[in-house]
Design a binder for this molecule. Structure first.
Ligand code: KG4
Ligand code: ZN
Length: 339
């Protein structure tokens, strides 16, 4: 069985092709076109520009896949219907509908968050067959990205309960906005990670809602960070070392908040497995901190390449969702869900 995954929820145009056979799967294509350079000058994603870029990029990515793969062999298209930016999703929907009509195929609607949690199952390189791993449930699942910070308890892949989520900014959004204040460009997470490696001193920053259950809040931390930055700039010229120290302090505070809640849930619920995924999970220090603070649990992180948005994650989630519910849609029946 062949599934083509289509990702356009934010600023990455992604097409991923996977083949599934007898409990194994392999990645045949992973085409991603990042719009980072375009949004960089605005310090964040501009939805209408993202849509325009998806319209331009998707046909080019498809052309690359067509070069050595006959699209007629595809069984289903898997399309990420949301959550995401409305104009970006609409651009992806049009592309998916046209392709489905042209190839006479049906569409598996995929929740973008599902793509993040299934992504931890990808362990092998392109073209290498890999067994679909079984996960020991219950599992705690933390999705941390630019749009989401959500903690779930999974009893199985299909039975889940949301324990908490952010009440304001997502963790990645906080990193992105503070990076912008530091003039580090977009996306901020990877830049903050690089600067943090050269830190010598740490500033103290607040941890809002730390002791309030499993809800998260990062807007107050962002404001405190920007206030601190303005205070420093009032008296000194901002030098490289201070940027490094500020980056490390921010990153450490964000990760400590995430890990505090994850650890608490892990102690209370005693789940044998922990899954952490989404763009922020690409951060090496974060991964090390989780592994250190929460021992004796099987901890899954995605491979760095599959932590951020791409079409392979969508295709794999599409496979699991199809297996579970057999839900497929005709081209004209596809809807998008920004929230
Ligand atoms: O999952 P993703 O590609 O898109 C959403 O679903 O939102 O995540 C993007 C987010 C951005 O906020 C970006 O700054 C953050 O993930 N990110 C990182 C790293 N790489 C991406 N944050 C921290 N460290 C990284 N290495
Ligand atoms: Zn994402």
């Amino acid at each position: 069985m062949y599934i083509l995954g289509i990702e356009t929820t934010c600023d990455e145009s992604g097409l991923g092709l996977i083949e599934i056979k007898e409990g194994k799967f392999r990645i045949l294509k992973n085409e991603v076109s990042s719009q980072v350079k375009i949004h960089n000058r605005y310090g964040g994603v501009v939805p209408i520009l993202a849509a325009r870029e998806h319209e331009k990029n998707l046909p080019l990515l498809l052309k690359r896949i067509k070069e050595d793969f006959d699209l007629k062999k595809i069984d289903y298209l898997a399309f990420s219907v949301g959550p995401g930016l409305l104009p970006a999703l609409v651009a992806g929907k049009k592309f998916t509908q046209n392709l489905a009509k042209e190839l006479k195929k049906e569409i598996i609607p995929v929740n973008h968050l599902a793509a993040h949690w299934y992504s931890v199952l990808i362990t092998k390189n392109k073209n290498d067959w890999q067994k679909i791993q079984t996960i020991e449930f219950p599992a705690l699942v933390l999705i941390v990205s630019g749009g989401h910070t959500t903690l779930y308890l999974f009893r199985s892949w299909s039975e889940k309960r949301k324990l908490g989520e952010t009440l304001d900014d997502a963790a990645g959004e906080c990193l992105d906005k503070c990076a912008r204040a530091l003039d580090l460009g977009y996306p901020g997470g990877p830049e903050i990670e690089k600067k943090a490696m050269k830190a010598k001193n740490f500033f103290s920053l607040p941890k809002p809602l730390l002791h309030k259950g499993y809800q998260f809040s990062f807007a107050g931390l962002k404001t405190a960070f920007i206030d601190l930055l303005l205070e420093i700039k009032k008296f000194h010229q901002l030098d490289n070392q201070t940027v490094n120290d500020l980056s490390a302090s921010l990153q450490k505070t964000v990760f400590e908040i995430l890990i505090y809640k994850l650890k608490k849930a892990s102690e209370n619920l005693k789940t044998p497995t922990i899954i952490v995924s989404g763009g922020v999970s690409a951060n090496k220090i974060f991964k090390k901190m989780v592994q250190k603070v929460i021992p004796q649990r099987r901890i899954f992180f995605p491979h760095r390449k599959f932590a951020t948005d791409n079409g392979v994650n969508i295709a794999l989630a599409g496979y699991f969702l199809f297996k579970e519910s057999k839900l497929v849609l005709k081209a004209n029946d596809v809807e998008v869900f920004p929230r």
